[in-house]
Design a protein around this ligand. Structure first.
Ligand code: GCU
Length: 592
């Protein structure tokens, strides 16, 4: 690029297309199976700068040109090591009033030392970022390593060849909302920004197990592994001690599969049995902790381990009063405990991949999960770059959670208009999901045809479970339409009502006609549940939503920048009246 001269005052003032250079090396599908591996956390206080005009990228601060070719000092507009500090992981929005509503770029940087552990064996080193919203441009020791798009999936960067004793990592995180992104610039949730999940350093043998997909189907345990490294052919061993399994199998051209008859105690909602698994290959040993179960649809039923189930669910955002999107494991455990106390066996983790630990904890406590990528509302369905971004987020979600028994549904989107471009875009996503994982169910939260009072979304042919969002009693006061949309539709697949609900300000009381009162919300829930319980094809519900959440579209004086459709207050300290209606409905059902 013509203006790639070092950082003199002209180099950065005329650039308009400066992002092109830093979008040139997308980090895609970079997942490494790393459960139980020895990871060194790079969490803690990083130096940061609020870079509203992207001067770091325009003037190439990352290259640290502090002197000219003749060794004369150049004026600097950044001072990495004397900048203020910010905790990683965290959302910058939660760190100060000045940052609460900030959207743009923040430069994160820190130093770290590295010493090779096994010089004799040689090792490969990766940086793992658990999540950064939305763009993250990675530099290590002044070198551009690539860019990750997508605000909710982990990514890995190999740094083996650029590491030295003393190292600097510098990350430009940009959360600007863009029409071509996934999601696009208009959503119904808060646009947090930052390195908001763990940053870790991962050491691996020169040839290592990159992926493991393990499961149970028709009386057999299967395990697929892929390796990464020069040794393409090897013998691997699958060990599941509690099942007395120690089975060798061959790795050829970097891949191998083993299937063997087994009778594990099946993972189930009431008994979330997990097994310790290890796969050995060459110098590498990968550990996992998995549940074996089967999920499928047959006719209009959802079957878990062959048993017809009703998904007694609730939707939730990844949002907390204190931490924003950096929800902690403790907060997730609290959410799941409250959901189970309400009688849930299912949660819809809307509208994007939640933290990696969310599915691991659901595995432990026995909750079924709907996980989703943020193909939300008016995505640029005709834009090929947007499709690549969406598909990569889907691949990164599926590869991350492929071994989680709790995850039963991959959802490819929410409330998109049924156009030809959208049908093509989401059909390709559904095909991609099935190609990666034919053991789970594909869904999407669809809209009904409110003119003809029908469910006729053409995407239905491509998904296993029909998700339907409907707001009779709130956005459409006429409840009589709810049974009509089903009576007018010939649905042969199970339906999950993926959203219904109404706002209520916690503690606000009035009559059943007073909007934003708990009594109004109670009335909506009573009528919804009464009607839905009489519609045979409905095999699950995940009302919107478990707890109030921040939302910049909600400016009514009672909302106060929050979407108040929660059954709980945002801090989960208050249960609204409708909470007890749902609890009574679920606990009154006579099945797991
Ligand atoms: C939509 C959407 C949600 C939104 C909700 C609401 O259905 O899927 O993300 O928050 O309705 O309007 O509260």
């Amino acid at each position: 690029m013509k203006n790639k001269t070092p950082n003199n005052f002209q180099s950065g003032i005329h650039t308009t297309n400066f992002w092109d250079e830093f979008l040139a090396k997308p980090i895609c599908n970079s997942h490494i199976a790393d459960f139980g591996r020895d990871k060194e956390k790079l969490n803690g206080l990083w130096n940061y700068g609020i870079d509203q005009y992207d001067t770091c990228l325009r003037n190439r601060w990352f290259a640290e040109h502090t002197h000219d070719a003749d060794g004369r000092a150049l004026p600097q507009d950044c001072s990495f090591d004397s900048w203020e500090t910010i905790p990683v992981p965290s959302c910058w929005n939660m760190q100060s009033e000045r940052l609460f509503l900030y959207e743009g770029s923040v430069v994160y940087t820190r130093k770290f030392t590295y010493k090779q552990r096994r010089p004799d064996l040689g090792e490969r080193v990766f940086l793992k970022f658990g999540g950064a919203n939305y763009r993250a441009v990675i530099f290590v020791n002044k070198q551009y390593m690539g860019v990750h798009l997508g605000g909710s999936t982990p990514f890995y960067v190999e740094v083996t060849d650029v590491l030295q004793g003393e190292n600097r990592v510098l990350v430009v995180v940009n959360n600007t909302r863009r029409s071509e992104s996934v999601p696009m610039e208009n959503t119904d949730w808060f646009n947090y920004g930052g390195l908001y999940r763990d940053v870790e350093l991962l050491r691996l043998p020169k040839t290592f197990i990159r992926s493991l997909k393990i499961g149970f189907s028709q009386g057999e345990i299967f395990a697929d592994i892929k390796t990464d490294g020069a040794e393409k052919n090897a013998t691997a061993i699958l060990r599941i001690p509690e099942l007395e399994i120690n089975t060798k199998f061959e790795i050829t051209a970097g891949a191998g599969r083993v299937t063997l008859p087994a009778k594990p105690v099946l993972w189930d909602i009431g008994e979330p049995k997990l097994y310790d698994v290890a796969v050995e290959c060459g110098e590498d040993v990968l550990h996992e902790r998995v549940g074996f179960r089967e999920i499928c649809v047959r006719g209009g039923e959802i079957l878990l381990n062959g048993r017809s189930i009703f998904l007694k669910g609730i939707s939730a955002h990844e949002d907390s009063v204190k931490n924003g999107k950096s929800v902690t494991a403790d907060e997730i455990r609290e959410n799941y405990a409250l959901a189970k106390e309400m009688g849930c066996n299912f949660m819809r983790l809307a509208h994007y991949p939640h933290a990696e630990v969310a599915a691991r904890i659901a595995d432990e406590v026995g909750l079924l999960l709907w996980e989703e990528i943020p193909v939300y509302w008016a995505i640029e369905f005709e834009n090929p770059d947007t499709y690549c971004d969406a598909e990569n987020q889907l691949v990164e979600l599926i590869t991350r959670d492929i071994n989680r028994a709790s995850v039963i549904i991959w959802s490819i989107g929410n409330e998109n208009t049924d156009t030809d471009e959208r049908l093509d875009f989401m059909s390709r996503l559904a095909d991609k999901a099935r190609s990666l994982d034919n053991t789970r169910l594909i869904s999407a939260a669809c809209l009904s045809d409110t003119v003809n009072l029908q469910i006729n979304d053409r995407l239905i042919d491509k998904i296993d479970i029909i998700g339907i969002n409907e707001y009779y009693g709130w956005y459409d006061p006429d409840f009589t339409k709810l049974p009509k949309i089903f009576a007018n539709s010939k649905l042969t697949k199970p339906v999950v009502i993926s959203e219904f609900g109404a706002d209520a300000r916690a503690g606000e009381h009035g009559t059943r006609d007073d909007m934003y009162s708990e009594e109004f919300q109670l009335d909506v829930y009573e009528k919804q549940l009464d009607m839905l319980s009489k519609i045979d094809c409905v095999k699950g519900i995940s009302p919107w939503i478990f707890f109030d959440f921040r939302c910049p579209r909600r400016l009514h004086y009672l909302q106060g920048y929050y979407n108040l459709k929660g059954l709980l207050s945002a801090d989960k300290g208050h249960r609204k009246l409708a909470y007890y209606v749902v609890q009574g409905f679920y606990l009154g059902m006579n099945e797991e």
